[in-house]
Write a protein that binds this ligand. Sequence first.
Ligand code: ADE
Ligand code: ZN
Length: 316
Amino acid sequence: MYDWLNRLPKAELHMHLEGSLEPELLFALAQRNGITLPWPDIDSLRAAYDYRDLQEFLDLYYQGAQVLQTEQDFYDLTWAYLQKCAEQNVVHTEPFFDPQTHTDRGVPFEVVINGIGQALADGRRQLGVQSGLILSFLRHLPEEAAMRTFEQALPYRDAFIAVGLDSSEKGFPPRLFERVFARARAEGFPAVAHAGEEGPPEYIWEALDLLKVSRIDHGVRASEDPRLIQHLIDTQMPLTVCPLSNTRLKVFEHMSDHNILELLEQGVMVTVNSDDPSYFGGYVTENFLALHEHAGMTREQAQRLADNSMQARLLK
Ligand code: ADE
Ligand code: ZN
């Protein structure tokens, strides 16, 4: 089954480049940049990949991202991910990056976007992986900071295709970012937002009504609101669901409790994605495989999920 799932042509619509930093590369970059890490070796870092919730994961993710300093580092990170895409027949990807994670510790925006952009261009040419980058704002920081980041990004407008919203969800509703999303829309950028991962269905409504998003990232808590589910079906609004992430972050206790297949059968436009593959135990194929092994996903359902991912691309 792994080989069959691996061969399916797929698009990945929800992954954070910083979340694909494998422990081996993290240690290699720390050494290259003369950074002392709080973990003595790779195994002890891996042992820390055990989270009670989203915040515990994010603390580790932001700490790990500190080894990324030069254009070459961002290139190497992105290139490693694109090689995985090629291996897993992910023919199209729309990854996130979080500029504020880097600019707030003094890494110039230009260094980040040039390193990532060069790798994406090489990925298209050398690996045949199509891509469109999504600039994501950190919601635990004020809207003014997101606005400054957007203005900083505008001179590089050809390097990204959309804006997004991520980081700590509870207590940071989408409505706090209405102005910066309006500004991005006025500049011609479509939007996506994380909503309904740990946060309530109201956050999904806000992302739709106020941020006017083209996709919802996660969105699994929509199932608590029947009117919202009907709206998602009627509008065929895509949800970028991340099964391994949701179980590792305790959104669902077990993979067998996950609601993605139920949503699929109800007619919701759901897709399968890896979120932070290095931190959650797998890339796209591993997410499909987990659904097959623990939630009973059939080949026919896998095919529909893969077809949905191609259909829900922002960049056609
Ligand atoms: N940043 C990286 N991964 C994330 C996730 N799963 N939710 C919110 N922000 C994130
Ligand atoms: Zn995410």
